[in-house]
Design a protein around this ligand. Sequence first.
Ligand code: CTP
Length: 404
Amino acid sequence: MSRVVLGVGGGIAAYKVANLLRKLTEAGHDVTVAPTASALEFVGAPTWAALSHRPVATDVWTDADRVPHVRLGREAELVVVAPATADLLARAAHGLADDLLTNTLLTARCPVLYVPAMHTEMWEHPATVDNVAVLRRRGATVMEPASGRLTGTDTGKGRLPEPVQIAELAELLLHRPDALPHDLVGRRVVVSAGGTREPLDPVRYLGNNSSGRQGYAVAAVAAARGAQVTVVSANVELPDPAGVDVVRVGTALELREAVEKATQDADVVVMAAAVADFRPAQHAAHKIKKSGAPPEPVTLEENPDVLAGLVAGRRPGTVVVGFAAETGDDRHSVLDLGRAKLARKGCDLLVVNEVGPDLAFGQTHNAAVLLGRDGTETVVGHGPKSALAAALWDAVAARFLPAG
Ligand code: CTP
């Protein structure tokens, strides 16, 4: 159980933050909510108190004998500010301290995660851009807002990311406070995620169990570390990671085309998708019916190896990362198979994880070994998939990217 302060700013997205609070308390954390006075215009104190099981204050005068303006920040292991309005970002960047939340931000020495939500014009205003840069330079994590429908009839960048995505980054910072340095600024990153589906007819396909969670975590962590990220997403049912371009594909051939296109000017490509090795040679135009006779055997043909193609055609300096999901067998351990696959595939880094019932696929946690082409082997213990993603970016940034 960790001590978290949830600072709520005065924006309409405050109603979504009630859901974030639930996720944090359900994960077992001890959450104190510090709303600004204007946040309470959107969602009242009883909601925050009931969901956090704690009293709620906006000012520094309530319970003054317990010196809350210093205590809260000092004791916190993480401060999450959501929605971080333009006004709140400005006050934080300038060190103002006129309510409980801004006092807490000055006394906290733990990681701080700002989750902005505002209209696009406000997000893009040079004042906000500068304030965000100042906060990032001081070590805070500022998520990129999501794009889409805003409060009025307008659309654009400025939506609060989905609470589940905020909760994932919060868990990551609690698990590893140094997991989100802003070290991938200016890097272009492509991540494939999910699992391809190879159609037999209009309603059936050959597919696999990949949920896309690991690939989406790799993309979300890269974006939080400052990279410009494109995800090539094969049949993933998760919300789009905030601040990331998403290209949707279905089959292995579509995935190859989209990855190769996106990779042309990329610094790093991460193949986290489970790509089908084979596809049905025939794709029936109409639904295959029972005919009474024994069914025709399905003939398969081989799909291209997208990772091998990327390695063969890469520009000098492009870092190529593969994933290997292995079960091991009677003669070979998971790691033996991983080492052989690294040699065969020729990529710079291979993330080897063990899969099986209740392991990896569809789960929120994962463990792995990172095998480098330079012979390094880094064990990443069991943790959230975002922690494996952070270890992957640590390895890429330290070994393969020139200092930014
Ligand atoms: N991969 C790919 N194209 C394929 C198959 C796999 O790009 N047609 C990529 C995956 O995205 C992953 C890596 O290759 O990054 C390893 O995938 P895996 O299925 O473990 O490798 P295979 O070469 O298919 O080996 P295996 O014989 O174990 O199936």
